[in-house]
Every structure is written in C-alpha cells, then in structure tokens.
Write a protein that binds this ligand. Structure first.
Ligand code: URA
Length: 435
C-alpha cells in the first residue's frame, strides 16, 4: 500500500517517482485526502531534487485527468490558447484575445485567466477594473461567449484541472512556485484539459518572472513544447524579456487603459510588437496562412478598430459598461497621486520588474493573501523606459494609491527599482527566442 511519507522520503533522497506514486499523489490532492502539510513537503522535495522528464509528463497527465477533459467541446472550430508564465505589467491577454477574434479567421480564443498574487498581476483583476464586469461565470456562459464573440476571458472553470488549482495555491505560499517541472505541469495540464488544439506559450525570462536566466527559460520552454507535441497539440513557445516591466503601466485599471491604447493602435511600441508577434503566432499555429500574412492580418485589427470593438463587446457580455473602453476618462481615479522624480541626470539603465511589481502590490494593486480585496485604481505609470534620457528633477513615474502611507511605501520601493547611469545602455529586445 502506498504511503505519502514514503513518497516524500523517496523524492527527498533524489529518486525517481513511478507512475503509481504520482497518480496516488494527484488523486489525494484532488479528493482532499492528503493534508496540505504532506503536499507542501513533497512540493519542497521536488523543488530541491527536481523531476525527470518522464516524471513531469506523468504529473502533467495525472493533473490533466484530475477534472473534466475537453471542457470546450461545444466550441466547434480551431481553438488556440496563449499562456504566459507570469510577469509584471503583462496585459497581453487583454489585447491578443480581441485581436485574434477580430481577425475573424475561424480561430477561437478561450482564455481562462487568473488573478494576481504577490508581485505578479492577474488578467481577471485588470478586466474587473471596468465597472460591472464579472469574470466568475459558468462554464456554459463561457462557451457561449466564445462561440458568439470568438473569444472570452474569464475565470478558470472549477471543472478544469482541479489538482492544479490546489497545488498552485499551496506553491504560492510555500516558496515552491519557481520550480520548472511544477510550472510545466501546471501550465500544460490546464491547456491540455481545456481542449485547445494549438498552444502559444509566452515564457518570461528575467527578474520579474519565475525564470531568472535564459537557461531556465529555455529548459521550461522546451519541456512544455515536448509535452504539447507528445499530446499532439501544436505548441510554440516564445521567450520574452521580463527584466523590466512590460509596457508603462503596472496595476489594474492603469493596465487595462494601456491595453486599450494598444487596441486603439497608439500603444507602447514594445508592447504592441509583442502582442502582434503572439497574435500572429496564434493564427500561424492554427494554419491560417504564412507568418507574414498572419502578422498583417492581426496588425490590421489594431488600426481598423475591430479589436477594440471586440474588447468592448466582451465587457458588455460580462455585465460591464462598454463606454469605459471608448472613453477611459470614466475609470475611477485614485485618492492619492504621487510623483517619483529623478535624483540625478543620466540614462535609465534598469527598471527592475520584480521591485516594480512589489511596489505596485504595496500601493494596493496586489494581494498578499488569496481572496483579499485589491484597489483597482492603485498602480504605477512609468514616464521613462530603459535607454531614455532623464534630467535631475524630471518626473520618472506616477504612483496611484488610496492612502498617503501606501504611496510613500510604494515610492520607496520604486526608487530602488530604477537605475540611472551616465552611459546609454545597449538596446534589449523584447522577443528573445522562439522555440
Ligand atoms: N502559470 C501557471 O499557470 N502556473 C505556474 O506554475 C506558473 C505560471
């Protein structure tokens, strides 16, 4: 008879777990028969000892099978999902879902998104900044919106990979989130269970992500692509820079507003480039056309207003006021606005994504505990990007918070995040590698 103590000890000694042991573990996580302290102990042993590729594949398969499979079976057509491994200022899902849907090429984007935790933001929190939006909808409603609009962004169905929901919640609070086999199994189990035919992965690399080095990002990307291929899903991984925040806004309503600017065709250049690359890859993965044509198709959706219209339609379907999408002055303003100014002249040579994420959380944009309230108006708007020239006393960033105390603490953190140097730094690309 299998015992959790023995499985934990085996992994602690660095030995490979077999299929029965992994299956026993995932079943116990799903039905609640294994207590959290034993789950945490095994996760920590995995964090230290790692997993072989075979173990990771078995874990992914068991997690996929922990709930319903092919939950989007009523959506007839090509389904493409994009998943980011998490970062700071990452509002990409809010942009590319509408872009691919507006392309109107028979490719559906059923995006089950998450909430922010710790220093990383969550797509659902950002979308809910728009008054009235409710992202906690039923699976039936989700499918109906996907069929009608060509895409939907909402909360993960409780039926989809429930083992992942439980494991992710424990990993978040036990220091085991940044573990390559656990991230791969978490991401891929959800993608496989949802029944997406094509998967585009945005693997973040840098201080504001779980993979701090290119070596780790590549290992994770290749592992997930191999898992996808084994399960006969066309999977593309794009490794992108997360050493600095993505775009200029970090928070909730500020990020939704920045997403709207991109959809209006007048957004941050780097963010726009990344969204076009990811959206084009989604169409390309679904065999719509050659890559150049896919790029031209998705670009057009930003300039003819069709992608923006799609976002407004989604907001309306989720119970929100779509006028916000066309008039961002309607978004609620924060109580306190503070300005961080440069202490010296020079070039911006670093904006540490991790520190910016922490500063935004302190301002009120993030949660320290699952389920805690967040302040949708809190956040940071960066006036300068890496490589920009700044003069002493010039405004570097605007901070928004509910109270002066929060604004002050956030300011202290943000101050530490920014480096000003005498020399202009070398230009860094946003898209680092495609796998
Ligand atoms: N995204 C996920 O879904 N899971 C992880 O473990 C990390 C990022």
């Amino acid at each position: 008879m299998l015992k959790m103590q023995d499985i934990i000890t085996k992994k602690q000694l660095g030995r490979e777990l077999n299929e029965d042991e992994i299956e026993y573990f995932v079943k116990g996580v799903t039905d609640g028969s294994i207590p959290d302290y034993q789950i945490s102990a095994l996760l920590m042993a995995i964090w230290f000892r790692g997993m072989t590729e075979e173990e990771t594949i078995t874990l992914t398969e068991c997690m996929t099978d922990s709930g319903e499979i092919n939950v989007l079976s009523s959506v007839i057509g090509k389904k493409v999902d994009k998943h980011s491994t998490g970062g700071v200022g990452d509002k990409v899902s809010l942009i590319i879902g509408p872009m691919v849907a507006a392309a109107n090429k028979g490719v559906y984007v059923p995006k089950m998104a998450g909430r922010g935790l710790g220093f990383t933001g969550g797509t659902l929190d950002k979308l809910e900044s728009c008054t009235g939006v409710n992202t906690e909808i039923s699976a039936e409603e989700f499918e109906s919106i996907v069929r009608e609009l060509g895409f939907c962004i909402a909360g993960q169905s409780k039926r989809l990979a429930p083992a992942d929901s439980k494991l992710s919640a424990i990993r978040d609070v036990t220091g085991t989130a940044n573990c390559i086999p656990l991230i791969a199994a978490s991401v891929m189990s959800k993608k496989l269970a949802s029944g997406s035919d094509y998967i585009v992965l945005d693997v973040k690399c840098g201080s504001g992500s779980f993979c701090k080095t290119m070596r780790d990002a590549e290992e994770l990307a290749r592992l997930m692509v191999r898992i996808g291929a084994r399960e006969k899903r066309k999977t593309i991984a794009i490794i992108t820079d997360m050493s600095a925040p993505l775009g200029c806004a970090v928070g909730n309503s500020v990020e939704l507003i920045e997403a709207i600017r991109v959809l209006e065709g007048r957004g941050d250049e780097e963010l726009t480039e990344l969204c076009i690359t990811l959206a084009a890859n989604m169409l390309y993965a679904a065999n719509v056309a050659d890559y150049e044509t896919c790029t031209a198709i998705v670009e057009e959706t930003l300039y003819d207003g069709s992608a923006l219209k799609k976002l407004a339609e989604l907001v309306k379907r989720l119970g929100g006021d779509e006028r916000y999408i066309y008039d961002t002055s309607l978004f609620e303003e924060s109580n306190v606005t503070a300005m961080l100014v440069a202490e010296k002249s020079g070039y911006i040579s670093g904006i540490d994504a991790y520190e910016v994420g922490k500063a935004a959380a302190i301002l009120g944009a993030g949660r320290e505990k699952i389920g805690a309230e967040i302040d949708h108006t809190a956040g940071i708007i960066l006036n300068k990007r890496i490589g920009d020239r700044i003069e002493e006393g010039e405004a570097l960033a605007t901070l928004q918070a509910k109270t002066l105390e929060r604004a002050q603490s956030g300011m202290e953190h943000l101050f530490k995040a920014v480096t000003i140097s005498d020399r202009k730094p070398e230009e860094k690309k946003i898209i680092l590698r495609i796998i």
